[in-house]
Write a protein that binds this ligand. Sequence first.
Ligand code: HEC
Length: 206
Amino acid sequence: MDSFEWNKIFGGLLAGLLAVLGVSIVSDEMFARHLPEKPGYEVAGVEEAAGNDAPAAEAEKPAAFYLASADVAKGEAVFKKCAACHNVDPGGANGTGPALHGVVGRPIAAAAGFSYSDALKGMAGKAWDWDALWGWLKSPKAYAAGNKMSFAGIAKPEDRAAVIAYLNSKSASPLPLPAAPAEEAAPAEAAAPAEEAAAPADAAAK
Ligand code: HEC
């Protein structure tokens, strides 16, 4: 083979390589996931709140479903996210956030000496029952627009339930955790499908 032949062969190979490279660059661009390596801002210990690790589209069940089997020890670990701002011990002082000892069942915005936002003061007639805490800790902003708790919320329902159960345990008189919702128990009934279709609606309520 003369050098002209070789030129053609190498030229062909080179063109092939370039084509492959080109396709891979273009497809990388097309399918690139432009996720930031870090969330835009961080409050100490709150990284999970962005919810990147949660399977986003799964419909959440009602609070009682998770609370019935909530893990207090896990809740203590989750509370590390809150401890920078909240004290949960008996007689604990207010910090950046109000003291939380006995907060389950306590009226909203009732920690003595804490200067609450108007958003929470406006809800002072209500108590922190299971559903209120559930909504608040899922998304403080959605639950009480204009509040001043700089915390995105707890995306995983299991973690949310765990920390609520932990808060409940940090009380002079812990309440019994709610029982699992009855809908689980009666799947065989003829009327069940309609009820089931209706049930998830209140899980999304905030
Ligand atoms: C960056 C600080 C900060 C973090 C982190 C934080 N909180 Fe708060 N929290 C606050 C502030 C400030 C308020 C008062 C909000 C207001 O007045 O609008 C508050 C209010 C609350 C209330 C209402 C208390 C009451 O007396 O009405 C609860 C309950 C609560 N936080 C629970 C939690 C839990 C549980 C976590 C962790 C999962 C957490 N917070 C994380 C600052 C924080």
